[in-house]
Design a protein. Structure first.
Length: 225
């Protein structure tokens, strides 16, 4: 079955171009002009990926809204402003985007990134990881903590899964940024720290056990030895 995408792009010519090209490449595409329309589509269609242009829309997708039930873990690619820079990229990732492209962008690169993200978000071998009270089902991307379901954004899930693979190992920040975000150097980015903080805050109401432990000056581990 073809992957279903929402293209939330306010600029008409760009939206039309993306819709035509993606349909020709075998995707099912639902275009949206405004943020509210995109959120309605996300709830109704349950897309495999959302392509969008607004930071606030990305944040709303991740945080959810009372009474709404779209998938807050849906993969998101954000198309940044004309000749955006590293700061725009960092802001997008900190607000929950899984990938980012500046404008002008090459459609072929965007298509490759969409397919790569869909592969990463799809079922993977490895069955179930268990670490302490945490249980991770990789094929379904479901997480339970002390028997309670935990909903995570895509990068939060990848971070938790990587830590759970070796729960007592201290992963360096460079290591995690390279493996999960593709950064070659941590530089000044707070992306990892922001995701670790959000992950820790989501775990805290479900368990008294401390998880996602910051080893100051080094990186993170999932559990104490």
């Amino acid at each position: 079955m073809a992957a279903a995408l929402i293209v939330a792009e306010p600029e008409g010519a760009t939206r039309g171009f993306l819709e035509r090209q993606l349909v020709q490449d075998g995707f099912q595409v639902a275009p949206a002009v405004a943020a509210g329309e995109a959120l309605d589509l996300a709830e109704r269609l349950r897309p495999d990926l959302v392509l969008l242009a607004e930071l606030e829309l990305c944040l709303k997708l991740r945080e959810g809204e009372p009474g709404r039930s779209w998938n807050r873990d849906v993969p998101v690619i954000l198309l940044g402003p004309e000749r955006g820079g590293s700061l725009d990229r960092v802001r997008a990732l900190e607000r929950g985007a899984d990938d980012y492209l500046d404008r002008p962008f090459a459609y072929e690169e965007l298509r490759a990134r969409i397919r790569a993200l869909l592969r990463r978000a799809g079922p993977r071998a490895g069955d179930v990881l268990e670490a302490g009270e945490i249980k991770i089902d990789r094929p379904t991307r479901c997480v339970w903590v002390a028997g309670q379901r935990l909903h995570l954004a895509a990068k939060e899930f990848e971070l938790l899964t990587r830590l759970a693979e070796e729960p007592r190992k201290v992963f360096t920040k460079d290591e995690l940024l390279r493996e999960i975000w593709g950064f070659m150097s941590k530089g000044r980015t707070r992306t990892l720290d922001s995701h670790a903080s959000r992950l820790r805050n989501k775990l805290r109401p479900l368990t008294a056990t401390p998880y996602v432990i910051n080893e100051w000056g080094v990186g993170y581990r999932l559990m104490l030895p």
